[in-house]
Design a binder for this molecule. Structure first.
Ligand SMILES: [Zn+2]
Length: 477
């Protein structure tokens, strides 16, 4: 738990509700237990060989003989105002505060340190309808530090212990936006789901998971359904549920389980040591709604990394069978945005001739010129314009750097023949929920189209008229 140096040590609630540090700690402990219980159940369902298991938590004896998840309350040298500033780097702050406390957090040798930060000084500002001092981000899997962050603005809806669970997950009172954020839902049960589940989503990123479905999609909206077979509807009627009949609800997917299980925090003492560490794991949906797993695989031998190269395989049977597949969506689509689709192969029988990109530290506009001189333009002509020709060239790989926006695009014709990187070249991950995502350079596929989104109207008061999301379509050559 990260607090400002002048923190009031409270969090947002409606008047009269308890919001002290002690309650925040108990809510966090309970949340961590729910994450564990959920993960244990899901891993068991997705991977019958592993049995029940979940990630280990650092625990401490709070009451005689009773152990609880350990919460460190760490003070930063930032003020509340600095934490709540619109451009505060909460993500970097979380890592720094851990690095600055080396006696509390001991990184295991040759293994990453895993942690989450809850920012206690988050605050909902009703006039601006904005939560200050909050960000939902996860680091992606790295070999040194992996972490997820979240604000305290939804804590008000959380259970403080297991006996409060049923009430909190079925609390259909509307959110009072005079005092509290309705992030994710207009009634408190939904806020509770999002508060616990979206933070788990960020923890999932830190284990190397990517957006696919279940919790790594929006399945956390129904996190309660992982625990209960009934829920209270907003019209005050108890509804029976068949939970998790498919993966759209709160669930870890089979692939999530495969990625998490080799993690050292999931290992049992007598497990064979699996030294294989996957990094850059990506999941793609295919046109037939199956999945393709893509990974750069390394093996650690005596602490030394040995690159093995890339693996492409369809999750179900180890073969790529689809003719067309699309990548995960990089970056979010925001409410005020419109989506666009571009097919590179045909436009009224014309072929794509050049692609132009308008960019500065972000990508603002895309221009597609076809052999019949038609031009399709999406976004805004802001920043520099770069362009390249597709004459006698086949676009095989599109690289995307994304976080809250599309930061940069790069187009490749082979593994070594690429355009410049159009956009910001900041390599750090501080702003990116996704890392730089390198899409497989399989020689059997080429880029066949794009889907993306821009804000609907240019906004002069808002500097980021930026592309926010992109999906790349691949077709078998
Ligand atoms: Zn995410």
């Amino acid at each position: 738990m990260v607090v400002a140096k002048d923190s009031q040590l409270v969090y947002d609630t409606e008047p009269g509700e308890v919001n002290n540090l002690e309650s925040a700690k108990w809510k966090s402990r309970t949340m961590a237990w729910l994450w564990q219980a959920f993960t244990d159940d899901q891993i068991y369902k997705r991977n019958s060989n592993s049995g029940h298991r979940c990630f280990r938590l650092d625990e401490t004896e709070l009451i005689n003989g009773e152990y609880y998840p350990k919460i460190h309350v760490l003070q930063t040298d930032m003020t509340t105002a600095q934490i709540q500033a619109e451009k505060s780097d909460l993500f970097g702050m979380c890592k720094n505060v851990v690095l600055n406390n080396p006696t509390k957090f001991i990184k295991p040798q040759n293994l990453p340190l895993q942690f989450t930060c809850l920012f206690l000084d988050s605050h909902y500002i009703p006039n601006e309808d904005r939560v200050a001092g909050h960000a939902a981000l996860g680091s992606g899997w790295n070999s040194d530090y992996n972490w997820g962050i979240f604000g305290s603005h939804l804590l008000y809806s959380h259970p403080q212990n297991l006996t409060e669970m049923k009430n909190k997950f079925n609390d259909i009172r509307p959110v009072n936006k005079k005092y509290t954020s309705n992030d994710g839902g207009d009634y408190r049960a939904r806020v509770c789901n999002v508060g616990i589940g979206a933070f788990l989503h960020e923890l999932g990123h830190s284990f190397g998971l990517y957006h696919n479905y279940g919790v790594m999609h929006r399945g956390f909206d129904n996190f309660n359904r992982a625990f209960y077979s009934v829920e209270l509807s907003t019209n005050n009627v108890w509804t029976s549920l068949r939970t998790n009949v498919d993966d759209q609800y709160a669930s870890w997917s089979k692939v999530d389980a495969e990625i998490m299980l080799p993690h050292h925090l999931f290992r049992l003492k007598n497990d064979p040591i699996i030294d294989m560490v996957d990094k850059n794991i990506q999941l793609f949906t295919t046109s037939s709604n199956s999945f393709i797993l893509y990974a750069n695989v390394v093996i650690l031998k005596n602490g030394r990394m040995v690159e093995l190269g890339k693996i492409f395989s369809e999750v179900n049977n180890g073969l790529i069978t689809a003719d067309v597949f699309k990548t995960q969506r990089f970056g979010p689509v925001y409410e005020n945005q419109v989506e666009f689709n571009v097919d590179f192969t045909v436009n009224n029988n014309a072929r794509l001739l050049t692609i132009g990109v308008y960019y500065d530290n972000y990508v603002h506009g895309l221009e597609f010129t076809y052999t019949d001189n038609t031009v399709r333009f999406f976004g805004y002509k802001i920043g520099n314009k770069g362009s390249f020709s597709l004459v006698n060239k086949e676009l095989r790989v599109l690289r995307v750097q994304s976080g809250a926006w599309i930061d940069a695009l790069q187009f490749c014709f082979s593994a070594t023949d690429c355009t410049q990187q159009f956009g910001g070249t900041i390599s750090g991950q501080w702003s990116a929920e996704f890392n730089l995502d390198i899409i497989g350079s399989s020689q059997f596929y080429k880029v066949s189209g794009l889907n993306g989104a821009f804000i609907e109207k240019y906004n002069p008061d808002w500097t980021v008229n930026t592309m926010s999301s992109i999906t790349v379509l691949y077709k078998k050559v």
